[in-house]
Every structure is written in C-alpha cells, then in structure tokens.
Design a protein around this ligand. Structure first.
Ligand code: ZN
Length: 309
C-alpha cells in the first residue's frame, strides 16, 4: 500500500453509485477515523464508540431520512479495501457479507474496526496525506459551505485548508449573479464595494457533487448567510403553484429551525414569501433541481404557518 493506491481506492468509494441519492455514510466514518489519528488514538475502535457520534453526523450532514444507519459503513467499508473489521469468531462465518449486521449485534459482540495496519501507518506518518484524504472526501460529497462545520463536528482541525480557495466556476457565478441582478433571491441583499458584490454567492440547487450542472436554472443568487442555510437544509424553495417554472416560487423554512436572535429577522420572515426571480424564464430554478434539494437536503417538514406543506 502506498499513498497513490490509497487515494485511488478512496476515490472509488467516493464515486456515487446512485447519483440522485446522497451517500455520506462511508465518507463521514472515514473522516471520523482520520480525526482519531489526529488525536493520537488507537487504530481499532469499538462500534459502540461511534454509534452515537456517527448517527449524529448523519442526521446533521446527511440527507433527511427518518432512520440513519451508522452500522452500515462500519462493516461495509471492509469491501472497499481501506478498512478492517476485527470480526469475532461467531460472526466470521454466519453473517459476513451474506446479510446485514445489525447495530445491536455489533454492540453486543463488541466488534472493533479501523484502518488496516498499512493504511494506518501511511496516514500516521504523513499529515499532508491526511489532509488530501480529508479534502477528497469532503469535496466529493459536500458543498464547500459545509466543510468547516463537518471538520469541526468530526474533530478535525478546522485550520486545515481542505477547501480549495478558488472560485470553481467563475462563469457560473457571474451568470447566476447577473440573472438575479446581483442580489440575494431571499432577502435582496446587494451590498457592493465599488463594483464588486460582497458576500453574494451563486449557490447550486442540486449540488455539483450530485451531478448538478453549472447552468442558471440550477443556480440561486444567495447572500453568504442564506447560502449556508440553504446548503444545510434550513430552508428550501418550491413553486408556489403547480405551473412550476412559469409561476412564482416561495421560500419554505424547516420546522426544525429554532433560535432567538436572527431567526425571525433572517429567516422566518421569509417563510412562505416569494423568491426574487430572474426576468428570463429559462434562468429560473428548474423544478427537478428544486425537488432534489427538497428530498436530499431540506430538513423537512416545512414550518406549518404557510405554504401547501
Ligand atoms: Zn439573503
């Protein structure tokens, strides 16, 4: 095993099998395991240690699902060649690869897992490789607005430059901002310094990581705050009427949002209100992309004081 081989294997894991649905289980567990190396902890660790933290990571950064399965990546990663499960004898023959191993079994049998010794050695001695691995996993599965929050939640140093500090597609940004006439689609924020718009982003509705294209109808001009809230699923956007793209669009805020200062002023007051839209119809958000956001990102249900639900 060398660094290149490891990165190749990880790249295979990060290839989405089903482009539509997000699959953050394995990358989040791998990031958690990387953080353990940073913290100088042992190579193998029990499932019971990770059950709750990984469940929380999945609930917070994974797609909105009623049930999360932190046990899946804990043993399924073994098939990807970058993970080792220390199966206790009773589990070796019976359940291995033939059926799902439940969280309860993993706990009862005190099953341990972690990077294989060679991988662990590589990662331990090479901080730069750890950084590259973290960056690859984050880039492949999450928009950059989430990277710092995820790093901090798994216990990785947030000073790490895991996000390339360049604008990925300057053309996408300028097209989207122009379509929205340089203002946030939610709040209308349009502060400029000279001729430059400040803190205004072109957000992808369907993430690039999920195959979202760099075209206007997959974009939303959002201020930095609303961009972050949108990528975290605190609100979504949907057609206010059935006639999708032709009609108005409304902002729907998640019922799970809470807070005191800022919640009303920055978010709740836009709930059920119209999104500012580009004049040209073909530049307005496409309903298929909005639907993806609603299913894979939005922390529903919507607050019930407005909208069709
Ligand atoms: Zn805004």
């Amino acid at each position: 095993m060398n660094a290149k081989l490891l990165l190749d294997k990880l790249e295979k894991i990060t290839t989405w099998k089903r482009r539509e649905q997000r699959a953050p289980n394995k990358p989040l567990l791998l990031l958690y395991a990387l953080a353990r190396i940073e913290q100088g902890k042992t190579r193998l660790f029990k499932y019971s240690e990770v059950h709750e933290p990984l469940g929380n990571l999945l609930r917070e950064f994974g797609p909105p699902r009623t049930v999360v399965h932190p046990e899946y990546p804990f043993w399924r990663l073994e098939n990807d060649g970058v993970w080792q499960v220390a199966w206790p004898p009773p589990l070796q023959v019976r359940e291995r690869r033939t059926q799902d191993v439940s969280a309860a079994t993993l706990m009862e049998e005190e099953v341990e897992a972690g990077f294989p010794p060679q991988v662990q050695k590589l990662l331990e001695k090479d901080p730069d490789l750890r950084r590259r691995v973290a960056r690859m996993l984050l880039d492949a599965h999450f928009p950059t607005t989430l990277h710092e929050d995820i790093q901090s939640a798994v216990g990785l140093d947030t000073e790490w430059e895991t996000t390339r500090r360049r604008v990925r597609d300057p053309e996408f940004r300028s097209k989207v901002l122009a379509a929205w006439r340089n203002r946030c689609g939610v709040c209308g924020f349009d502060v400029r310094l000279g001729r430059t718009s400040l803190a205004l982003d072109a957000a992808h509705i369907r993430w690039k990581q999920a195959g979202g294209p760099d075209v206007e109808n997959n974009g939303l001009a959002l201020c930095a705050l609303h961009h972050r809230l949108f990528d975290r699923g605190a609100f979504t956007v949907q057609p206010a009427t059935r006639k999708a793209e032709q009609g108005p669009m409304e902002v729907l805020v998640s019922d799970l949002t809470a807070g005191t200062r800022g919640l009303q002023e920055s978010l709740m007051r836009f709930h059920g209100s119209g999104l500012l839209l580009p004049e040209k119809e073909d530049q307005r958000p496409e309903s298929a992309h909005l639907l993806w956001h609603r299913k894979e990102v939005f922390r529903g249900p919507a607050h019930d004081s407005a909208g069709p639900g």
